[in-house]
Design a protein around this ligand. Structure first.
Ligand SMILES: [Zn+2]
Ligand SMILES: [Zn+2]
Length: 188
């Protein structure tokens, strides 16, 4: 299975993206699924039409549609994941760490609220790097047909706060691993 990581910002993404690819690859290989990850060679800034000036946040669903129209619709065999140091929301939620649209094979992870400094904490780039990796594994899981998991240690458990992100591991539980392997064998 092939996935493409698209930097949506250079800041706090460029220096980490190769390592995120390794961690995501490791999480999926432990679940029994091989993922080949390509890093998109340039930064794709989300269009200004997706920015809500009243909320000072990007509209995530708008970003996903833009990623689909500009990239994913042109290549039918890849899964696309945008990663950016930005803040984004969906309707009825104050913010999201990420969103996936499996029908479009497109997802995004928004890292601004995964940085400890956002909460007035001191810098901890290892923690930031781990948190973002978990959210990428999570959103890619949605693209591969996985839903939220009740196991709080499973990467597919839903995170409403950064504390919940820290509580889960970056690995799929046995049950999610089995669903994934079974889904992948059907889509081949
Ligand atoms: Zn989710
Ligand atoms: Zn699970």
């Amino acid at each position: 299975m092939e996935a493409v990581f698209i930097p949506l910002t250079r800041y706090l993404v460029d220096d980490f993206i190769d390592e995120w690819a390794k961690l995501v690859n490791d999480s999926y290989s432990r679940a029994g699924v091989g993922v080949h990850i390509l890093i998109w060679p340039r930064t794709e800034s989300p269009p200004i039409k997706c920015f809500n000036f009243n909320r000072v946040q990007y509209h995530s669903t708008c970003i996903l549609s833009w990623l689909y129209e500009s990239l994913a619709s042109k290549v039918s065999t890849y899964y696309f994941i945008g990663i950016g140091y930005i803040d984004a929301y969906v309707e009825r939620l104050n913010f999201v760490f990420g969103e996936a649209a499996p029908g479009m094979r497109v997802a995004a992870v928004y890292t601004k609220r995964l940085l400890p400094q956002f909460y007035g904490r001191g810098p901890n780039y290892n923690l930031y790097y781990e948190r973002v990796a978990k959210e990428i594994v999570h959103e890619l899981g949605h693209l591969l047909n996985l839903s939220h998991c009740v196991n709080r240690a499973c990467v597919m458990s839903f995170s409403n706060s950064v504390n919940e992100v820290d509580l889960k591991s970056r690995f799929l539980c046995d049950k999610c691993s089995r669903s994934l392997v079974s889904y992948m064998s059907k889509t081949k």
